[in-house]
Each structure stands twice: as structure tokens, then as C-alpha cells.
Design a protein around this ligand. Structure first.
Ligand code: UDP
Length: 318
């Protein structure tokens, strides 16, 4: 494939920064944009001085200007953890709605391909299991997660409208729970929460009885799926995630086993509207992109634990 130029909104975030790395590794050029409200420049520090990489501090809900040629706009900017979007409800709505509009407008003006980072949250608390792309979802618009879920649903509708009305090459990837290095220890999501607690010797806070399920995809597998979607003739929506499903309780036990931690498990109240089950049906990605995840949970967790271990004060108990 010829070298391309991409804009990655949310480029300083967990997924955005890994996407930048992958595009650069494939020989492409990247302009990362981020307003750094949840993103962090440390995620891009290793790219400083790279000739094919540029960072622009930018709030993507405002008018986006970029003078040069662009082949792709990857719209990955958004708070993405439940505690982030509880703390930042209006910015979450704005980046999903106004930010998607601006990013689509930029892509259209450049005749570029647009790729929206959507989410399994658009399925809400699903009544269909596993979730395939034809399921419309079960979302509470005014619940605490509604700001994220509805922003992403609107973003999908907007992306689809640009595709239909303007004939744009606009794609949608629905990202399921993903983990790996560069997640923030304090972002409240279950992977950094449990690993941080286990490494510090604190109790693991299982919400509710821990019977709710999730399916965790290692970040390099996810980025591979997104990259394949971007360069394919497919436009999605396309689920990308790992279909191996486990309960949150089983996940806590797995973390205890792999870290060797002697932490206890405690039960805290279940957050409102917490989805009871989630597992991607990835048949579409398998058949149309030839993609499926390769990294087993334990191997991915070991890499992630190593990353967090380096960031936790070694004087804290394990
Ligand atoms: N969870 C938990 N303890 C924590 C953080 C999360 O039991 O300290 C649960 C949460 O209730 C949910 C699951 O883990 O059922 C995944 O939560 P996360 O915030 O990672 O993402 P979600 O899939 O809910 O968007």
C-alpha cells in the first residue's frame, strides 16, 4: 500500500496512540490531534522527532483546519471510561456529536476516508447475546452512561448520513472492551482498577455479585482489526473485540492468579445501567476482513501487568 497521511483525533489517548504507532510502523504519516483532557502526551513521547509524525493540540469540537492533503481521518477522540464520562458528561456529548461533525467535515473537504471509533456501548444493556452488528441495542438515554452511548449512537447516525448523502467513504468500527499498556491506572475501568489493586495489595472492588460478563481484547489485536477495516473495501459497522467471555468475578480471580497477589475480593454496589453481559459476534470481521484476535487473555494481561508494575511505587505491597 502507498504511504498515506492520516489525522488521528484522540491521538494522545490509549487507542489513538497505539493507532498512531501502527500507522507509522506501516510507513504512513500521522497528524495526531488531542485536547488532552483524558489523553496524555506521555503516550506519544516516544514519537518525538519522528519525521512522519506531528501533534496538534486541538479541541476537535471546534472548527478543524488542516492545510495539507489527508487520506484518512480516524475519529478516536472521546472520554471512554465510565468514570470519565460521569465526570465529563457535556464534553463527552460534544465530542461524539460536534466533534464527529467537524471530523467528518474535514474528511469530506479533503476527499479522505473517515473511520469512526464507535463502541459496544451502542448495544447498551443488550437483550441479544452475543451482540452482532444488526442488533439495535437497549440504551437508557438519560441514565449515567447515556451521555457516552447516545453520543456514539449519534456519531454513527451522522457518519452513516455522510456516507449516504455525500457518498463519502465513511466507516464505523464498534470497539468492545480493550486493554493494554497506556490505559490510565486511575481511569476506573476494570482492567487497570483490578491490576492496580492487586499490585498494591488492596482489595479488588468487584461491583455487584460480579456475575456480569465482559470479553477483553488485547490492544494490538484491536488495532490490527481497525487497520484492516481502514484499508479494506468494507465500511461496517464492524464489531472488533475478543469473543472470549468471562464474568467480572472470574476476571478478578484471573488477575489475582497472574499477579500472585494475596488481595481479597470485596463487593461494591453495581453502577446504574451496568450491562449484564457483553460478547462480540465477530463473524463479520472474520469473513470480510479475515481478522480474529490472536493474543490469549493471560499473555495480554502479563504485558499489561508489566506496564502497570513499572508505574506503581515499588514500596507499595503486592
Ligand atoms: N467493574 C468492577 N470493579 C471495578 C471496575 C469495574 O467490578 O473496580 C465492573 C463494571 O461494573 C463492569 C465491568 O467491570 O461490569 C467492566 O467495567 P469497565 O468500567 O471496565 O467497562 P464497561 O464494560 O462497563 O464499559
Amino acid at each position: 500500500m502507498n504511504p498515506t497521511i492520516s489525522i488521528v483525533t484522540g491521538g494522545a489517548g490509549f487507542l489513538g496512540s497505539h493507532l498512531c504507532d501502527r500507522l507509522l510502523a506501516e510507513g504512513h504519516s500521522v497528524v495526531a490531534m488531542d485536547n488532552l483532557i483524558t489523553g496524555n502526551m506521555n503516550n506519544l513521547a516516544h514519537l518525538a522527532g519522528q519525521e512522519r509524525f506531528r501533534f496538534i493540540k486541538q479541541d476537535v469540537t471546534e472548527y478543524l483546519f488542516y492545510p495539507g492533503h489527508i487520506d484518512y481521518v480516524f475519529h478516536f477522540a472521546s472520554p471512554a471510561s465510565p468514570i470519565d464520562y460521569l465526570k465529563l458528561p457535556i464534553p463527552t456529548l460534544k465530542v461524539g456529536a460536534l466533534g464527529t461533525h467537524k471530523a467528518l467535515g474535514l474528511a469530506r473537504s479533503k476527499n479522505a476516508c473517515f473511520v469512526l471509533a464507535s463502541t459496544s456501548e451502542i448495544y447498551g444493556d443488550p437483550l441479544v447475546h452475543p451482540q452482532n452488528e444488526d442488533y439495535w441495542g437497549n440504551v437508557n438515554p438519560i441514565g449515567p452512561r447515556g451521555v457516552y452511548d447516545e453520543a456514539k449512537r449519534f456519531a454513527e447516525a451522522m457518519t452513516f448520513a455522510y456516507r449516504q448523502f455525500h457518498g463519502m467513504n465513511a466507516k464505523i468500527v464498534r470497539i468492545f472492551n480493550t486493554y493494554g499498556p497506556r490505559m490510565r491506572l486511575q481511569d476506573g475501568r476494570v482492567v487497570p482498577a483490578f491490576i492496580g489493586q492487586a499490585l498494591r495489595g488492596e482489595p479488588l472492588t468487584v461491583f455487584g455479585a460480579g456475575t456480569q460478563t465482559r470479553s477483553f481484547c488485547y490492544v494490538s489485536d484491536l488495532i490490527e482489526g481497525i487497520y484492516r477495516l481502514a484499508i479494506s473495501n468494507e465500511s461496517g459497522p464492524m464489531n472488533i473485540g475478543n469473543p472470549v467471555e468471562l464474568t467480572v468475578k472470574q476476571f478478578a480471580e484471573t488477575i489475582l492468579r497472574i499477579t500472585g497477589s494475596r488481595s481479597q475480593i470485596v463487593h461494591n454496589p453495581l453502577p446504574v445501567d451496568d450491562p449484564k453481559q457483553r460478547r462480540p459476534d465477530i463473524n463479520r470481521a472474520r469473513t470480510r476482513l479475515g481478522w480474529e484476535p490472536k493474543i490469549p487473555l493471560e499473555a495480554g494481561l502479563e504485558k499489561t501487568i508489566r506496564y502497570f508494575r513499572d508505574r506503581i511505587d515499588s514500596t507499595c505491597g503486592r
